[in-house]
Design a protein around this ligand. Structure first.
Ligand code: MOS
Length: 768
């Protein structure tokens, strides 16, 4: 019996991560059905309050003035004109800012959220071009924005490290790559490469990208009786709470952070200097502060995806099996953060080879701290690996899907762990069929439609399965037979609230309209951050734990008169709005009846999720197969993506509607990375040159074809509900599938994202 068959028939309780199956894997109910977003009506009616819309009595508005040099110190700073401007309440600079402790750096402690280790407005030092040098508070936003332009500043400049190329010889090896070894060596990969029957060895480059969520970063903050109250737009309420408490030297329980609605996150809606500056300025002036960053301020204060330069070298035998897998390179970072854009994680698990050489280094530059952005690492790592596999297939005169059949691993190569679930080849089979891959001409530059060159490509998508520790859920049952799930988690538009109502309804055996999910507030039991595509599993695991406690308490309350009398916790299951004996449907009592007989209005049970030990035992990853067709104009080099089909292997799908939207959104963000988006950086001044959506080109509707996403639907036996996250995997592999299709269309291989027309024009076969 396969693990999967066992999962289908499993009914025992007490889920142990990595060892036993979640009983809900085999249940059919709300999970897996199409449910429209429960927050949808509020949003379309404009009745969902986003943070920049919240009004607080006595509130003032903030604007930021930014440094225009990359490194040095402030020499003179004249704020008198700004202070005298109409409506201005306060101009805060390093001279009058309250003293604050350093911001604990993300990943150095469980709830640390600091983007860097730099003091925030505590001295005259400048560390990047765009750093805040003043925050202005005024009675209106317009008054604050205008007054910020009146600040006069001069600098003593120091030489800044701004050139990635100049820094490469001094690249450092980070201690770890987000906890994984910086380098992995198996055998002598370079020697195997030299001796290989066929090989490819190229360098791939990816660009700087800026976070461009529709909703700008904003917060509304006030101090009340020594407590700091923050209304935020964030994917980490508990981290923000704890970190602000450290900065202001108060206990975390004196900071409350709430974030009921988030207009897009992608990794950027975390803690940045504007939170700290707004809270400090509010303390100084004694009034609530609304800070809503302009688009330019987001680009200057909120980090994005950094530059990478990656070498992928593959050596193969005649049948395609790999002798060699080399993936090494450099990402740009800063001396004051530690976020290496973990592109080298991809090759540790994706394919089989005899020898491996994997590693990455960091070049420190004097820039804004880079950060996580949708599939950090895998998004750009797959651009390199999936382009290289395509190039190797051509060198071997082999179809790229046939090559992937030859390099499919039977276990995770660099760790030796078995995969909990891996159906990449199934995804290729289903995707190729739906896309019509058999109609592809393997010879590039052969298909034309007038002046348009047409080509097809494929590429793998992959992202790790994560579940984060530290979450707790509370289940409140009330006498009217309703349940409320409470956990400080996040709805950023991806459908968390909807999916969790579905999950809790099945877990409790209640109809969905009897279940509510409360989230986004540090007054609730602690959640985990919405990151790493981990939230669905993290919340689900906490609800499993709380449900176990709830069942125990319900049996205790049921007492001797109940049909459930005498049953042990593992002898009952939730069914029909109550509990029943496993294997004896006659012994059943509803939650409402149990509470009524015990004379209780409600029962609330809280528990911590089991630690995420499943991926110590198993290699757990999500996969997908992308297919696309592009049309490249032979005269202008303009590239249009005309068709896109992806089949994903992401475990069991909780809600087909919200999941397909996440997967499609990831692909659209990938099209921006592939073709149009780049945060242009002036290496002379360290300045981002295009800090606006007029000049930073995210895909618009006309850039995006109909995107057909579907899935294998095969549950992972070892995750809660058999599900994997779906937020990030969509973007992975998109850079490569577009580059591979452009190559098939034109015969021009672009190894440098984004694939803008300057990289194609003049190199294309002109139709005769
Ligand atoms: Mo993400 S980059 O884990 O929001």
């Amino acid at each position: 019996m396969s693990d999967l068959d066992k999962a289908q028939t499993f009914t025992r309780k007490n889920w142990k991560p990595g060892e036993t199956f979640d009983p809900l894997i085999s249940k059919r109910g709300a999970v897996g059905t199409q449910v429209v977003r429960i927050d949808g009506p509020l949003k379309v009616a404009g009745a969902a309050p986003f943070v920049a819309e919240i009004e607080v009595e006595g509130m003032v508005y903030a604007a930021i003035a930014h440094s225009t040099i990359a490194r040095g110190r402030i020499d003179t700073l004249d704020v008198t004109k700004a202070e005298a401007a109409p409506g201005v309440v306060l101009v805060m600079t390093f001279r009058n800012a309250p003293r604050m402790a350093p911001t604990p750096l993300y990943l150095t402690q469980p709830l640390a959220a600091g983007p860097n280790t730099l003091p925030v407005m505590q001295d005259d030092a400048i560390h990047w071009n765009g750093q805040a040098i003043a925050i202005v508070l005024a009675e209106t936003q317009e008054q604050a924005t205008y007054a910020a332009t009146l600040i006069k500043v001069t600098y003593v400049e120091e030489t800044a490290r701004l050139s990635f190329n100049d820094g490469k010889p001094n690249a450092r090896v980070p201690e770890t790559i987000i906890g994984e070894p910086s380098t992995v060596t198996i055998g002598d990969a370079e020697a195997a490469l030299s001796a290989a029957h066929a090989s490819v060895d190229h360098v791939y480059r990816s660009q700087r990208l800026a976070h461009s969520a529709i909703e700008l970063h904003a917060a509304t903050v006030r101090w009340k009786d020594g407590c700091l109250v923050v209304r935020d737009t964030t994917q980490m309420v508990n981290h923000t709470q704890w970190t602000l408490a450290q900065v202001f030297g108060i206990p975390p329980e004196k900071v409350r952070v709430s974030s009921p609605f988030v207009g897009g996150g992608f990794g950027g809606k975390s803690l940045w200097d504007h939170h700290i500056l707004a809270a400090a300025a509010s303390k100084l002036c004694g009034r609530p502060v609304r800070i809503a960053l302009s688009r330019e301020a987001v680009y200057r204060l909120v980090g994005g995806r950094t530059l990478t330069e990656q070498r992928v070298a593959l050596g193969a035998r005649g049948d395609g099996a790999l002798d060699t897998f080399i993936h090494e390179g450099i990402a740009a970072g800063t001396p004051h953060n530690d976020w290496p854009e973990q592109f080298s994680l991809v090759g540790r698990q994706l394919y089989a080879a005899d020898t491996f050489k994997i590693g990455q280094k960091v070049v420190d530059l004097d820039t804004l701290a880079n950060t996580y952005m949708r599939a950090p690492g895998e998004s750009v790592g797959t651009f390199a690996t999936e382009s290289a596999v395509d190039e190797l297939a051509e060198a071997l005169h082999m179809d790229p899907i046939d090559l992937r059949l030859r390099i499919e691993p039977d276990k995770e190569q660099t760790s030796g762990r078995a995969f909990s679930s891996r159906n990449l080849l199934k995804a290729y089979e289903l995707g190729a069929e739906r896309f019509g891959w058999s109609g592809r001409n393997p010879n590039p530059g052969q298909r034309r439609d007038g002046e348009w060159l047409i080509g097809m490509g494929c590429a793998s998508a992959t992202h790790p399965y994560y579940r984060l520790p530290g979450g707790a859920a509370r289940i409140r049952l009330t006498a009217d037979g309703r349940a409320t799930i409470q956990m400080a988690s996040h709805e950023m538009g991806m459908g968390t609230a909807t999916a969790q109502v579905q999950i809790a309804a099945d877990r409790l055996a209640l109809p969905m309209d009897k279940v509510r999910f409360e989230y986004g507030d540090t007054d609730l039991p602690p959640g985990t951050m919405a990151g790493g595509s981990s939230q669905t599993a993290s919340i689900a695991a906490a609800v499993i734990a709380a449900h176990e406690v709830l069942v125990t308490e319900l049996l205790r309350l049921a007492g001797n008169d109940s049909p459930l009398a005498g049953l042990a916790t593992d002898a009952v299951e939730s069914a029909d709005g109550g509990l029943r004996a496993i294997g004896d449907t006659a012994r059943h009592e509803t939650y409402a009846s149990i509470l009524a007989r015990a004379g209780r209005d409600e029962l609330a049970c809280e528990a911590n999720a089991a630690d995420p030990t499943e991926y110590q035992k198993w290699a757990m990853h999500s996969y997908g197969a992308h297919f696309c067709e592009v049309r490249v104009n032979a005269f202008t080099g303009e590239t249009r993506v005309s068709r896109f089909v992806s089949c994903f292997d992401v475990g069991r799908i909780i809600n087909p509607q919200t999941a397909s939207s996440q997967l499609r959104g990831g692909i659209i963000m990938g099209l921006g990375m592939a073709l149009t988006e780049e945060a242009l950086f002036d290496e002379r001044s360290g300045r981002i040159m295009n800090p606006s959506l007029a000049e930073y080109h995210i895909p618009s509707h006309l850039d995006v074809p109909e995107i057909d996403v579907f899935w294998t639907g095969i549950p992972d036996p070892y995750s809660p509900l058999g599900a994997h996250g779906v937020g990030e995997i969509g973007i992975t592999g998109v850079g490569a599938v577009v580059a591979n299709a452009v190559y098939n269309a034109t015969g021009v291989r672009v190894r440098n994202l984004p694939i803008t027309l300057d990289k194609l024009i003049g190199r294309l076969p002109i139709p005769v």
